[in-house]
Design a protein around this ligand. Structure first.
Ligand SMILES: [Ca+2]
Length: 520
């Protein structure tokens, strides 16, 4: 600046400063009421001041009232893509100065038709535009579904798609610029919603985490109900029933047989698919029932629970429970089936509140389920090429000890994706699978730090660093979820690799493990 004047120099500096300051303002929140989207009605758009109190939510969501400490813009509305639809949604937008440029959606559990506002609050306060939908009904069980197949589709895939479209348009109007990255991160039915998005609307989200996904509904629900039916069809006094106390006996025998398969006797089976434990090995001598053995009928039940439901021709309908998961079976076989599986038949397939699960014929009823509901609710299309071509990245994870969502079916799905994509390499560059040993489901949802998939997807999408492994923290049971002391960390390796102890150092420290290819 030898030849320039100091005044000009300062003016230049100021103009550079002005250019480099990002736009800090946004439209008035109320202006969003006038955004026009076909079949969408906005009922409210209100700027909220710091300290505004979000009322408590009852029902499945069950969240206490909370004060929101930051200002934000809250938009409420509904969509009517069909004459039988009424899809409620909310979008919470942080002020421009606090916005990180991204969008993160909130998913829904089971058939629950409530949108989790506490989830919106948490995500918005992290700087994201947050959105959630009630999936088209306000009812936690199944009554909403009877006689309303268009609402099944709203629940199955339409509500999330429309909410994504609405959110992007609102953000564009409010901030005057496009969302940079749109994320989906949810578990169980929320995982299913994410998988549906990748398959049906590849441009809605560019970073998707689909945790323990309850996917392929027309097969999952009958397949899972069948596992309960095996043990409970003749009641808790029937010959096929397995008393809860015996689950520990079976689990002990499984661990004795297979814990060491991964090279380390530590109470965890790294890959249950390597375990060939046969329950006949603990059958009672002379078939005289005892506390520490299984009757012949119980052996038959356990074998079939491992095998999972099949059509009469032997084709698999859905996976069974894995060897090593026995301690969580009581959830499914102690007294009655998991109500979500039963509700699917009461609300959709038979549309009859009195339908009795004991009458299940898994071959017939799965075929019926496909015929009556498949096109509305299924998300098992392995062709993710459009999603990949749109630049999307997806992390799928599943829990080996889950009983709500038998995990092997996601492994099979991932293999079917590999086939369509042209092989493992063409798949791993945009889709990775992690199967978590010892977890009974949604390991990142008690405390996100326990299994930080979100950090992994952000690194992948925004920095181009694909996740080779994700660390899983194990906590002492007994405390509230996410509150117990961490006693072990382990890497969960991207499929098909497995974690292997290096041979020295603390076995409870992830640093002493490496990821190895199967068979190595
Ligand atoms: Ca082991």
């Amino acid at each position: 600046m030898r030849h320039g004047s100091p005044v000009l120099f300062i003016a230049l500096l100021l103009s550079i400063a002005l250019i480099s300051i990002p736009a800090m303002a946004q439209q008035p929140c109320e202006n969003l009421l006038s955004v026009k989207i076909p079949d969408v009605t906005f009922t409210s758009a209100q700027a909220k001041s710091p300290g505004w109190e979000l009322p408590s939510q009852t029902g499945f969501i069950n969240a206490p009232a909370m004060k929101i400490p930051v200002p934000f813009c809250r938009v409420e509305g509904y969509a009517t893509p069909t004459s039988d639809s009424h899809i409620g949604f909310e979008v919470w937008l942080p002020l421009a100065a606090s916005w990180n440029g991204n969008f993160l959606a909130v998913g829904n559990p089971g058939f629950v038709g409530s949108l989790a506002r506490s989830g919106l609050a948490g995500i918005m306060q992290r700087g994201f535009v947050a959105a959630a939908t009630d999936t088209g009904h306000v009812d936690d069980r199944y009554e909403w579904a009877i006689g309303h197949p268009e609402k099944w589709a709203d629940w199955g895939y339409r509500a999330v798609h429309i909410t994504a479209i609405v959110t992007k348009q609102l953000a564009q109007t409010y901030y005057g610029k496009r969302i940079q990255h749109s994320y989906w991160n949810s578990c169980h039915n929320g995982g299913n919603q994410g998988l549906n998005e990748a398959q049906r609307y590849p441009e809605d989200f560019d970073g998707i985490i689909t945790g323990d996904p309850a996917f392929y509904i027309s097969h999952l629900q009958p397949g899972s109900l069948y596992l309960s039916w095996l043990a409970l069809k003749d009641g808790v006094k029937g010959p096929n029933y397995i008393p809860t106390a015996k689950l520990a006996v079976i689990n002990r025998a499984v661990l004795d047989a297979c814990d060491g398969n991964d090279g380390l006797v530590d109470g965890l089976i790294e890959n249950p698919l390597t375990c060939k434990f046969d329950p006949a090995s603990i059958q009672c001598p002379d078939n005289i029932d005892g506390a520490s053995c299984l009757t012949a009928a119980q052996v038959d039940t356990v074998r079939k629970i491992y095998e999972g439901a099949k059509f009469k021709d032997g084709t698999q309908i859905y996976a069974g429970f894995e060897r090593g998961s026995e301690l969580s079976w009581s959830f499914m076989i102690e007294k009655e089936p998991f109500y979500v599986n039963w509700d699917y038949f009461r609300g959709m397939v038979y549309q009859d509140p009195n339908w009795d699960f004991r009458t299940l014929d898994v071959d017939r009823d799965t075929r019926l389920a496909v015929e009556r509901t498949g096109k509305y609710v299924d998300g098992n299309n392995p062709d993710l090429r459009p999603f990949k071509n749109a630049g999307g990245k997806i992390i799928m994870y599943q829990s080996w000890n889950s009983t709500g969502l038998p995990p092997r079916s996601l492994v099979e799905y991932y293999r079917s994706v590999e086939k369509i994509m042209g092989g493992p390499a063409q798949t791993q560059d945009f889709a990775r699978l992690f199967v978590v040993p010892g977890s009974t489901g949604c390991p990142g949802f008690g405390d996100a730090e326990d299994f930080n998939t979100f950090d992994a997807i952000q690194q992948w999408l925004e920095k181009g660093v694909p996740p080779e492994k994700i660390i899983h923290a194990y906590r002492d049971p007994g405390a509230a979820r996410g509150q117990g002391k961490v006693y072990r960390t382990r890497p969960v390796c991207a499929y098909p690799k497995n974690a292997r102890y290096k041979g020295s150092g603390d076995i409870n420290d992830a640093a002493n493990f490496t990821c190895v290819a199967p068979g190595k």
